[in-house]
Design a protein around this ligand. Structure first.
Ligand code: ACO
Length: 429
């Protein structure tokens, strides 16, 4: 028998359906509550609101579980490349040989930018924030590929997906080259997705870039671990914009903007800045922890805590190992890694963090990996955006394909002035 919930409002009882997910997650369906009772629910920041049903990614924040399409993240990280994981996230299954070949070929076919799009980089100042450039350039794809607004036909969706995945990497690398005043490096044939990205980022006429398999693997892993994370800020943004039937490119460009902030994708940069600051000032670990606990300081331990994970972020465990491996391979010692490890140990043993269930998240170590690879600090969040692309595409498609999809339109509780005259609203001189 299906379960229901009861709510009593103004003395009247309302019965509400309970929805149960495949992993036994339960939700009270309040979609008819307002029409029946006049009440809405209030959930500032959506911390307890299920905004959709989705079959893409499952997270159990209490147990520290993350699965793409039912497969554990650790197993995908061990056995797949980023592109294969992207395919799994977007189409729901791992590709067979023919599908993989077709996908790889399409990625290669679409990796160049239209020449006019390339000229657009000249219009940005060299010091432009890379996330602003990325969002603008992805939105610009709407101008160059308007035949891909309507993606009802599977081959068109495949083309749009290949274009986005291929070009986001080219845009990122070109914008970096533009910012440092170097000539762009075009994609080279025969290289894998991530090899080509590193090639475009770092190869220059006077210093050819040699690909190191260990570095390629670490970068690929970085992309893979960020590939989807259910209804986070940027993905919800993509779904929201897509729900108005806006095209895929512009919906994803909005996602890039959502990702930019320090509390979301910008955290990886914030972690490194924090670690660099601690290192430069020579702060002791005790001083840092005391500052975090002092509410007046407004200082947070960046890379710690998560809205959903109240246990170890499973991605943090994987990236921590990759971090050790890549530094070892490159024969580097990074004092920031030592600080990060000491901070982690101190925080995990401290009541403040234990009581609030604050654990390291994926960003705590990803910055150190990227630094070792040579990714400049201001490009960190762009790396996250490249990685998150499959998740945004899959979520946009889920909205697009849903037969019951309505435009996203939350309600609010109005707390502003009650009706007043036009003259009363004018500020007095
Ligand atoms: N350092 C110190 N205290 C923290 C931290 C932190 N990193 N995170 C949360 N807290 C404390 C808060 O001060 C609050 O304490 P209080 O109950 O005494 O007031 C309590 O823990 C709950 O914090 P909220 O802000 O309510 O938690 P919320 O779920 O809203 O925030 C967030 C989650 C934004 C990730 C937060 O933990 C944070 O700011 N972390 C640092 C930024 C970061 O690493 N972001 C990356 C997230 S992962 C990603 O986007 C890939």
């Amino acid at each position: 028998m299906s379960q229901t919930a009861k709510i009593i409002l103004d003395g009247k009882e309302y019965e509400l359906p309970v929805i149960v997910g495949t992993e036994n997650e339960k939700a009270v369906d309040i979609s008819q509550l307002r029409s029946q009772s006049g009440y809405i629910t209030y959930d500032d920041g959506y911390g307890n609101t299920g905004s959709c049903k989705s079959d893409i990614t499952f997270i159990d924040g209490e147990k520290g579980i993350l699965r793409y399409r039912g497969v554990d993240i650790a197993e995908i990280a061990e056995k797949s490349s980023f592109l294969e994981a992207a395919y799994l996230i977007i189409w729901g299954h791992l590709p067979n040989k023919a599908e993989r070949q077709e996908f790889d070929d399409l990625i290669q076919q679409h990796e160049m930018l239209h020449e006019n799009m390339k000229h657009q980089f000249q219009g940005f100042p060299p010091q432009a924030a890379p996330m602003a450039v990325l969002s603008a350039m992805i939105n610009s794809m709407s101008c160059f590929h308007s035949h891909l607004y309507d993606l009802d036909e599977p081959h068109k969706f495949l083309e749009a997906t290949a274009k986005l995945l291929a070009k986001v990497r080219t845009i990122a690398a070109f914008s970096y080259k533009h910012s440092i005043g170097e000539p762009i490096s075009y994609p080279a044939p025969g290289l894998s997705y991530t090899e080509n990205f590193l090639h475009m980022m770092f190869d220059a006429p006077n210093h050819p870039y040699t690909l190191d398999p260990e570095v390629v693997r670490a970068m690929d892993l970085m992309f893979l671990l960020h590939a989807d994370h259910e209804q986070n800020c940027s993905t919800s943004t993509v779904r929201m914009v897509g729900s108005s039937q806006a095209n895929l490119f512009t919906s994803v460009a909005a996602g890039v903007s959502g990702l930019w902030g320090r509390l979301h994708g910008g955290a990886n940069q914030a972690v490194l800045e924090m670690l660099e600051g601690i290192h430069k000032r020579g702060d002791s670990i005790e001083t840092v922890i005391a500052k975090v606990k002092d509410k007046d300081s407004k200082f947070r331990l960046m890379g710690f805590g998560h809205r959903v994970y109240k246990n170890f972020d499973p991605r943090a465990k994987i990236i921590k190992k990759a971090c050790d491996d890549v530094l070892k391979k490159l024969g580097r010692k990074d004092p920031l890694l030592d600080i990060a490890k000491e901070l982690e140990q101190a925080a995990l043993a401290d009541d403040y963090f234990v009581e609030r269930k604050l654990y390291p998240n994926v960003d705590f170590y990803s910055g150190i990996v990227m630094r070792a690879i040579g990714i400049p600090l201001n490009m960190f969040t762009v790396m996250f955006a490249i990685g998150r692309m499959p998740g945004w595409i899959a979520n946009w498609k889920e909205v697009h394909d849903s037969p019951s999809q309505r435009i996203y339109r939350p309600r609010q509780v109005y707390v502003g002035p009650v009706q007043r005259s036009y003259e009363d609203a004018r500020k007095q001189d």
